[in-house]
Design a protein around this ligand. Structure first.
Ligand code: SF4
Length: 214
């Protein structure tokens, strides 16, 4: 089985070095809520139509106005409530990422998950991409890919440990790795796998080679 680092470089050599989610920490927060059960293309279109997309703007509009602005993303009532609550939480730090700097990782994660509508995956996205904390985001794509490759993790915690330790607790590598897995799953390893041309086919237990040898 590949180590986390070998898996990372296998994907990077195929898909290239991915961009960071966004250089704007608040945009990451906003989009991390919108993307729940929604296609990324819709999230980008909706985010792009809000100008300026700032915590100040979200604070200044009513929840109904916010719902209206994000309607194409679905579940606009609950998402608007979550964005409002998350923005209030961020306001407690003066909308300043530097003010969050000293909060330990476990406390920050717990604080984020105490915000209505923020689950473990969204909290990890914000920790990693907004605050550059060295956490791996475990999502359905990562679980599926690892399972098909033949890893047998008992829990999300084990998956996190595999990547966080294997990638030296480097937030940049962890963010890129999460993105590379997403790119790979979109290109090849979706719900219905497209194994022809897959760069991981030679090491996969689910793909053509694994099937024929089992
Ligand atoms: S060989 Fe198929 S199942 Fe395995 S990683 Fe590639 S696309 Fe996914």
């Amino acid at each position: 089985m590949l180590t986390a680092r070998e898996l990372y470089y296998s994907l990077e050599s195929c898909y290239g070095c991915p961009d960071w989610w966004s250089d704007d920490p608040y945009r990451v927060m906003f989009q991390s809520v919108l993307v729940q059960n929604t296609a990324w293309t819709i999230v980008e279109r909706v985010s792009g139509s809000i100008d300026p997309l700032t915590p100040g703007w979200v604070s200044s509009v009513s929840q109904a106005e916010l719902e209206d602005a994000i309607k194409p993303c679905g579940m606009s009532g609950s998402k608007a409530a979550t964005i409002k609550a998350l923005t209030r939480w961020f306001e407690g730090f003066g909308f300043d990422v530097n003010a969050v700097w000293d909060i330990p990782d476990d406390v920050l994660r717990r604080d984020l998950m105490s915000v209505r509508g923020i689950g473990a995956e969204t909290a990890d996205v914000i920790m990693l991409y907004s605050f550059h904390r060295p956490v791996f985001v475990v999502d359905a794509y990562a679980r599926r890919l690892l399972d098909r490759l033949g890893y047998r993790f008992e829990s999300d915690r084990e998956i996190k440990d595999f990547f966080e330790t294997g990638l030296s607790h480097d937030a940049i590598l962890l963010g890129r790795c999460h993105r590379l897995i997403l790119d790979h799953c979109i290109a090849h390893c979706g719900k219905k796998a497209v194994c022809d041309g897959c760069p991981l086919a030679g090491m996969c237990r689910f793909g053509p080679r694994g099937s024929s040898s089992s």
